[in-house]
Write a protein that binds this ligand. Structure first.
Ligand SMILES: [Zn+2]
Ligand SMILES: [Zn+2]
Length: 368
């Protein structure tokens, strides 16, 4: 498949057989027209949407992927089971892939970079075979718990438990609208963070990726929409860095902290918050790379299409024209290659500089 000029490897194409349940759930929601929406089903919808969103952002994301606060083993299990109810596979699968997303943001190795197209970053990367497996080494810190391995291996148990409970409480309307309807909305809101949050919104911090801050996405996802803040300083549990950046997940984790159910809740230090601002002229490597990629693709397209635009009559009347044209084309190609090498070098140096600065900041205790 060639989507917006992007080539897909065979294991990057949608596997329609294994993805069937995903599309089926979407279709089943249409039965809401048959079952109608009862008051109980509406309540189930709201509880299942916001409740499971909390488990995904506070549990799967901020706890399992980033360890931005600490939990006891019982609460850890609650987070893994709650997140599992969202039907986004097990905590170990989710978190190990997410750690890789941060490690390789917007590079070839980023598993859901929007540089590979919107569809790919939204659901393509989940519906293909490429990412079925997960990297146990990358999540050794949690892989050692047998109950987490069990829940990841049998990842159907939490969503089916939730589904049956919704049916028992709210009947068919409770199941179809309350459970399946909220599941579909929950899926796409979560996926928006991988797709929309890298194209919609504003960039406060210069990072090596294309993450952005969006109040709309923050509302839909209980605070995950402050995605640029998050990419900039992943260690922080709090993703809305200022009081006006509403971050409900963080507030709830604070309440858990108050009852001593969560501890070591990490905050962004003031100096980190003030540094690396795009507004202050910090070199924005992430956006530069994205634009450079686009410019490269555009140049490539121009070269491909040029031969069709030549007027043979004109070339015949002046044979020197063709020679000169070929010379120029050759020159442009050479310069482009040299420029590409320069840019690659400059980016590598900028990345090294960033790494060294961060290490120094860690050593001097500016960030943890
Ligand atoms: Zn993250
Ligand atoms: Zn991201």
């Amino acid at each position: 498949m060639n989507l917006h000029g992007i080539e897909r490897a065979p294991d990057e194409r949608v596997n329609w057989k294994t993805s069937f349940p995903f599309f089926l759930v979407h279709a089943l929601v249409l039965f809401t027209f048959v079952t109608g929406i009862t008051g109980t089903a509406a309540v189930i919808f709201l509880v299942m949407y916001w409740g499971r969103m909390f488990f995904i952002t506070a549990g799967y994301h901020r706890y399992f992927s980033h360890r931005s606060y600490k939990l006891g083993r019982g609460m850890q299990f609650v987070m893994a089971f709650g997140g599992g109810m969202a039907a986004q596979k097990g905590a170990l699968w989710w978190a190990s892939h997410h750690r890789n997303h941060h490690r390789y943001s917007d590079t070839e190795l980023d598993l859901h970079s929007p540089q590979k197209g919107f569809w790919w970053s939204h659901v393509g990367w989940i519906l293909c075979d490429k990412n079925n497996a997960w990297d146990a080494d990358g999540i050794r810190d949690f892989n050692k718990y047998p109950e987490l391995r069990f829940l990841t291996k049998h990842d159907w148990i939490p969503p089916w438990t939730a589904g049956v409970a919704c049916y028992l409480i709210g009947g068919w309307s409770g199941l179809v609208f309350g459970f399946l309807g909220s599941t579909v909305l929950l899926w796409h809101s979560t996926f928006f963070i991988n797709s929309l949050a890298h194209v919609m919104g504003r960039r406060r911090y210069a990072t090596t990726d294309t993450s952005r801050n969006s109040v709309f996405l923050a509302f839909l996802t209980l605070g995950e929409g402050w995605h640029n803040n998050h990419h900039y300083f992943q260690a922080s549990c709090r993703q809305g860095f200022y009081w006006w950046e509403v971050d409900v997940s963080y507030y709830v984790i604070r309440v858990l902290g108050f009852f001593r159910l969560a501890h070591d809740i990490k905050e962004p230090p003031a100096r980190v918050k003030a540094a690396a601002r795009v507004r202050d002229g910090q070199f924005d490597q992430g956006m530069f790379k994205a634009y450079w990629g686009k410019a490269g693709a555009a140049l490539h397209n121009v070269r491909l299409h040029k031969s069709h635009e030549l007027d043979p009559a004109l070339l015949e009347s002046d044979p020197e024209l063709a020679t000169r044209r070929d010379q120029l084309e050759e020159l442009i190609a050479q310069n482009r290659a040299a420029l590409a090498e320069h840019v690659a070098n400059a980016l590598a140096h900028a990345e090294e500089l960033g790494r060294l600065t961060r290490r120094q900041e860690r050593q001097t205790g500016t960030i943890d």
